[in-house]
Design a binder for this molecule. Sequence first.
Ligand code: SF4
Ligand code: FES
Length: 249
Amino acid sequence: MSITDTKPRPEDLRSVIVNVFRFDPATTDEPHYDSYKVPMTGSMTVLDLLFYLLEHEDGSLAFRYACREAICGSCALYVNGTYRLACKTQLKDLKAEEISISPLPHLKVIKDLVVDMDPFWEKYERIRPYLINDEAPPEKEFIQSAADRLKMDDMVDCILCGACHSSCPQVWTDEEYLGPAALLKLNRFTVDTRDRGNKERTKLFDNEQGVWRCHTIFNCVEACPKSINQTYSIQHLKRRAVARRLGMK
Ligand code: SF4
Ligand code: FES
């Protein structure tokens, strides 16, 4: 098949049963799953599937998306028991005859697959996610060596999808805990050679609602659709906090 030939191959045509979480708190107290039989083609993604349902089954189905390229992080969902980006996940890779689609667990549902991300953004805001540097700017730009840039390599890949936040038992039980995504971003700035905000950022992570709340369960690492190791960042911040307390930094 050529790249311009969009006609599905006969072997690609089969149907799949999809169970989609439905809940409208404005009209009912109880969530439920609606089941649909959907024709699927070889390259169909979970997001394509949701659009299919929107167009052919129920125009009121609510879900989030923006970039459709695994960049914006807005389409994170819980699919067949695993955190996934809907736009990046092809149905064939799920290797399942039946697919269950739910919103990010442990977050308040606004409608269907849309959850309230405000608590997540509030924690992100708390870590001051921008360079703090009141030195006079250089004539051209702040130079950063390739080796220094490499130190924050996987951290800058975080697309703030919220999957790790949703997967963390400490987030479920302590609403003040910063959570893995905010701590990862905090570490991103502590290792950035252009940043001078370490003193104020240390106060944010060296406390009970910061790194010491993490019990190294690794749920966040497993949940991340970008394969980022948030636990490594949290351990790095813990070492930094201890070194500071011992007067080593
Ligand atoms: S670290 Fe991974 S799971 Fe967590 S918000 Fe960033 S991209 Fe999503
Ligand atoms: S729509 Fe942007 S990450 Fe999926």
